[in-house]
Ligand binder design. Structure first.
Ligand code: PHB
Length: 364
């Protein structure tokens, strides 16, 4: 007499991460929106934006720089000043008041930056002195990327320390946890992948060496937040920001395996290429290298998301563009309601238009 269908785990099943009882597995992906206020401080419209989306099982905040040296774009929030901590506290309070949960994504952009954005007009930093093809978004428009300063061993230890300070700040700001951004061609990913890491010291060469910085960051952040409050994001074959690896399956299977040592909150994987949507890796094999929860991302919808969970490809799914346009995405999914279309022209920068003015279904 028991119904098998009711026992099936899908997007609407709750999930326990550490002490956090998440009401569904429909996660809000980290989304750069370039709408922080003066001093890269979260402001009132950011509070409203996250409050509207608090029905996500878990919100992962937009990438937030761990220090002034980590900035890569105008208008992105930080988590390194008192004002920024206070700004984020208003957001975490608003999300918690709605019964939601929120992690902050800790971000260092590395070479994907520009001296005009950095303290003392200093050069962006990277594992190696290799310029990215493409242009940085600056206050005076798009400008070519620069040849980055290759980090010294002493500078690497300062950066690990900056992650620890940022994690402490995230706790003060009331976040439920942190996601370490090791994806999409930013600093930690520049170390992981061999097109951007030509170092011949302990931080380059072998896969174990290339993941050393990430592992040091994970270990330090865990001492502050506790492992069940720390997630990691990877993007094994995303070419965004002019990056690639000669053996992505081998490299990222090894990283997933190593990260299994830590009882993390989750491993979050942007599967395939963000720009083309192409996927060549075996993500089931990657997932099977990781013993904790696996969060899948990139182009999923209600059906493919449910399928991914039902078929045990993923434990949860993160949705990006769908959450931009649908603040009440879990309810729309649950009731099979029509979805608002996201407007690309308002993704990056601007005001409330295309940010907090997407209606929930009930408001339409
Ligand atoms: C973006 O600006 O499009 C962007 C930022 C951070 C990411 C991915 C994309 O991790």
């Amino acid at each position: 007499m028991t119904s098998i269908a009711q026992d099936k785990i899908n997007l609407f099943s709750p999930i326990l991460i550490g002490d956090l009882n998440l009401t569904n597995r429909i996660m809000m992906a980290p989304l750069t929106r370039n709408r922080a206020g003066e001093g890269n401080v979260p402001q009132a419209m950011n509070v409203e934006y996250y409050r509207q989306r608090a029905s996500a099982g878990l919100i992962i905040s937009e990438g937030s720089q761990i220090s002034a040296n980590a900035i890569g774009y105008p208008g992105t929030p930080g988590i390194h000043s008192e004002e920024q901590i206070a700004g984020w506290k208003r957001i975490t309070d608003a999300v918690h008041e709605q019964g939601g949960h929120i992690f902050i994504q800790l971000w260092h952009t590395g070479r994907i930056s520009h001296s005009s954005l950095l303290p003392n007009q200093s050069l962006p930093v990277a594992p190696s002195a290799l310029k990215a093809n493409g242009q940085a978004m600056t206050f005076t428009g798009m400008q070519d990327f620069e040849i980055p300063h290759p980090l010294t061993l002493a500078e690497l230890s300062y950066i690990v320390n900056d992650y620890a300070i940022a994690a402490q700040n995230a706790k003060s700001a009331g976040f439920d946890g942190v996601e370490i951004h090791a994806a999409n061609g930013y600093l930690l990913d520049q170390f992981l992948r061999d097109s951007t890491n030509l170092r011949d010291d302990n931080y380059g060469g072998s896969i174990a060496n290339r993941m050393r910085l990430l592992i040091e960051v994970v270990e330090r952040v865990i001492t502050i937040c506790g492992a069940p409050c720390v997630g990691v994001r990877l993007s094994p074959e995303n070419s965004f920001n002019d990056i690639n690896d000669s053996q992505p399956q081998l490299t990222f299977n090894a990283i997933a395996k190593k990260l299994s040592d830590y009882s993390l909150a989750y491993l979050h994987v942007l599967e395939g290429d963000m720009l083309t949507g192409e996927r060549h890796l075996d993500y089931v094999a990657l997932r099977n290298c990781f013993t904790g929860y696996y969060m899948a991302n990139n182009g999923y919808d209600l059906d493919s998301g449910n399928k991914a969970i039902e078929q045990n490809h993923a434990d949860m799914v993160a949705f990006g563009q769908l959450f931009i346009a649908n603040p009440d995405l879990p309810e729309r999914f649950a009731k099979n309601l029509p979805l608002n279309e996201p407007d690309r022209n308002t993704f990056y920068g601007g005001d409330e238009k295309g940010y907090t003015d997407y209606p929930s279904y009930g408001e339409q």
